[in-house]
Ligand binder design. Structure first.
Ligand SMILES: Nc1ncnc2c1ncn2[C@@H]1O[C@H](COP(=O)(O)OP(=O)(O)OP(=O)(O)O)[C@@H](O)[C@H]1O
Length: 366
């Protein structure tokens, strides 16, 4: 198909569906192959939950499950709309995931995407034999280039985090791709849920205070990613999410002497600019691409302290555990009825004892 077209067609007619590559809260991603061209692809299936079908209800009278149709439909429609805009106004771009095709059936919508086989951003970095500032700068440059193209099309990603950046292939110079546009303009969904599971690390002050979201929201998230890349821990760190939120709202972070003494001052200056509480004070993606440190001119070539890399490893392991837990919780329809789930995602919400028990059960299973 032409690169600018999005054709609706039947999945199994066109594609051979293979192994599972990963799971998101509302999606499963599988490897696939185009039957005509033999091209390997990633097939991201977004479930279209509806009310439980009548025949299922009859077979299982005790079931109290009501599937959150509204939320799934909204996320699905949102991701489709954003992907369509990307196809029209951004693709092809080396740093933004490319959508080839869309298939639609009663189960859901299948996005046929470029296959990224190079792994997640932090996975690759912690697995590298050599890691230095220049490597971190190259990562920031790629993300900023992707953001520049997206922001040029007025798309705000809104959920930029390391797990949404995948390398296209295993080559040392592989392009890094920004992906997962499920929350891109779905303002009220993201914060309460990520807050519940302690993963508000990348959320900007304006997203927390529900102010206007602009392209500068992604710039804040990039600032957080860069801080972690150079230190191995997040800039806003506190025992509770409430305290963390307060630190984010105040832009309260520091470069502690022990970790940051060997990091170049231009890198620290860039982070301070990206993490300005006032979005207007943050640079644009284009300005970041042009920054001398990001271009590699001021980035140090010396090996990063081993301690930073080992902290990044543990941070990455904890992050993966949280993400898996969240995907598991969101993708199972155990006892969160749709009304509760709507509350959960629409406002701050404390889990009830039985819900905590369910969560604990899932964690134990994992
Ligand atoms: N194009 C792709 N190529 C290879 N693997 C992919 C691709 N897209 C997604 N994946 C894998 O599938 C996993 C799930 O991706 P997906 O975008 O559905 O969800 P997520 O971002 O992890 O979670 P959520 O959508 O709930 O935020 C990813 O973590 C990644 O490992």
């Amino acid at each position: 198909m032409g690169e600018k077209d999005v054709i609706r067609t039947s999945l199994s007619d066109e594609y051979e569906v293979r192994d599972i590559l990963g799971r998101g809260g509302f999606s499963v991603v599988r490897r696939g192959k185009n039957r005509r061209t033999n091209e390997v692809v990633a097939i991201k299936t977004l479930r279209r939950y509806g009310p439980v079908p009548p025949e299922k209800k009859e077979n299982n009278k005790s079931s109290s499950r009501v599937v959150p149709a509204l939320i799934c439909e909204t996320l699905l429609t949102n991701e489709l709309l954003v992907m369509r805009k990307i196809v029209e106004d951004v693709s092809p771009h080396p740093n933004v995931i490319h959508l080839y095709d869309v298939c639609d059936d009663s189960f859901g919508v299948h996005l046929i995407l470029e296959l990224c086989s190079g792994g997640e951003l932090f996975d690759r970095i912690v697995g590298q034999a050599r890691y230095n500032e220049a490597g971190a700068a190259a990562v920031v440059r790629q993300i900023a280039k992707g953001l520049e193209a997206l922001h040029g099309a007025n798309i705000v990603h809104r959920d930029l985090k390391p797990e949404n950046c995948l390398f296209l292939n295993k080559d040392e110079n592989s392009p890094l791709k920004i992906m997962d546009f499920g929350l891109s303009s779905f303002e009220d969904f993201a914060n309460p849920v990520v807050g519940l599971f302690g993963s508000i690390d990348y959320v900007s002050p304006e997203a927390l205070s529900r102010d206007k979201i602009t392209t500068k929201t992604d710039i804040w998230s990039l600032g957080v990613i860069l801080y972690i890349l150079l230190s191995g821990y997040p800039p806003f760190f506190a025992p509770s999410n409430r305290q963390k939120q307060q630190m984010i709202l105040n832009g309260q972070f520091s470069f502690d002497e022990k970790t940051w003494k060997n990091i170049s001052s231009s890198a620290k200056q860039l982070i301070s600019n990206l993490l300005k509480v006032d979005p207007n004070m943050r640079p644009t993606a284009q300005q970041i691409v042009e920054d001398a440190w990001v271009r590699g001119e001021l980035a140090k070539e010396e090996e990063m302290d081993a301690e930073i890399v080992s902290r990044l490893q543990s941070f990455n392991a904890r992050r993966k555990f949280r993400a898996a837990a969240m995907a598991s919780v969101l993708s199972s329809s155990f006892s969160l009825r749709s009304k509760k789930l709507k509350k959960l995602v629409g406002s701050s919400y404390d889990l009830k004892p039985e819900e905590l028990e369910n969560l604990s059960h899932i964690f134990k299973k994992m």
